[in-house]
Design a protein around this ligand. Structure first.
Ligand code: AVJ
Length: 307
């Protein structure tokens, strides 16, 4: 990850302080997120995987043979393996991630596991258009894969922009296979981000430890508490770190005053209605060809084609 303390300081000097959720994922943060995915309260991961398993034949048939699978974000999860194991004669697997170390390590592992698939990692910030590699075998179509409902981290404008980038990268005949978390009973969502074991709280606080370690901040982790709550009007989880006293945090020459009870926004996790997501996808050029959900309609996996 490029070192950008100025960007972080700018966010902390705003009237409504914020830190980008991309800073959650240092090594410890990735481990904690892994633990989150196994929590009984955190329904998205298990539900998404269940949807993929239950509809694997249909998903594989729609994607077809000789596709190139382009995964936005790091590709080491079980949601990637299930496709690599089942797609017919994949032309290539192209994981795209901004963090080179993590990307190259996990692509090496995937390459060893799937010697018959050409693995072509791309180090890039996928929120902007980037160049795709040329596989040895010409793919019949590109399938952009974005499984974890990471789209939820983006505001509606940014999500729309990201979908436009995906549209461009999908190319002629291309498609997008995307996980989208759905609006539902607020209590279920609140529980998923306020687990009883406190793993989400530790994940949230770890962002400060990460900033201390990499960018030289002096955050006192014991002076902040985790707060996550579902805003039904906005249709999103808003996750904050709340200061439990008046304090001054420094990084180099910068001084950041944080008041008692003041909150730093660390993450949005937007939940969509089927209609709301379809509208946004179509404004980026996509047509929704198929929507798969679980029996309780907690989560969706959607196939969007270039219209
Ligand atoms: C990885 C962005 C999909 O929004 O649910 C989990 C991150 N944050 N618990 C989500 C997260 C707190 C997760 N995403």
């Amino acid at each position: 990850m490029p070192a950008e303390p100025e960007e972080i300081i700018d966010g902390l000097l705003l009237p409504e302080k914020m830190i980008s959720p991309k800073y959650f994922y240092d090594e410890r943060g990735s481990q904690l997120f892994d633990q989150i995915t196994r929590l009984p309260e955190y329904y998205p991961t298990e539900t998404a995987l269940g949807i993929m398993q239950d509809n694997l034949d249909a998903i594989v048939a729609i994607i077809g043979e000789h596709a190139s699978l382009i995964e936005f974000g790091s590709g080491s999860s079980s949601k990637t393996r299930i496709l690599l194991e089942n797609l017919d004669q994949l032309a290539a697997y192209v994981p795209v991630d901004i963090s080179a170390d993590h990307l190259l390590e996990s692509s090496n592992r995937i390459q060893l596991e799937f010697p018959g698939v050409e693995v072509l990692p791309v180090v890039a910030d996928f929120t902007q258009a980037f160049e795709l590699p040329n596989p040895k075998f010409m793919p019949l179509r590109n399938i952009v894969y974005f499984p974890g409902s990471t789209i939820g981290n983006f505001t509606h404008d940014a999500a729309h922009h990201l979908l436009s980038v995906m549209y461009q990268e999908a190319g002629e005949n291309g498609a997008l296979l995307i996980g989208v978390d759905l609006q539902k009973d607020a209590a279920i969502i609140d529980r998923a981000y306020n687990d009883s074991a406190g793993v989400t709280a530790a994940f949230n606080l770890n962002i400060l430890r990460h900033l201390n370690e990499v960018f030289g901040f002096d955050f006192d982790l014991s002076a902040f508490t985790h707060n996550a709550h579902y805003d039904e009007v906005e249709g999103r989880i808003e996750m904050h770190l709340v200061s439990s006293c008046d304090q001054i945090v420094t990084a180099g020459d910068a001084e950041i005053l944080i008041g008692d009870g003041e909150a730093i926004l660390t993450e949005y996790s937007h939940k969509y209605t089927l209609h709301g997501f379809a509208e946004m996808a179509s404004s980026a050029g996509f047509e929704i060809v198929k929507v798969w959900t679980d029996a309780d309609a907690l989560f969706s996996v959607q196939l969007c084609c270039r219209g």
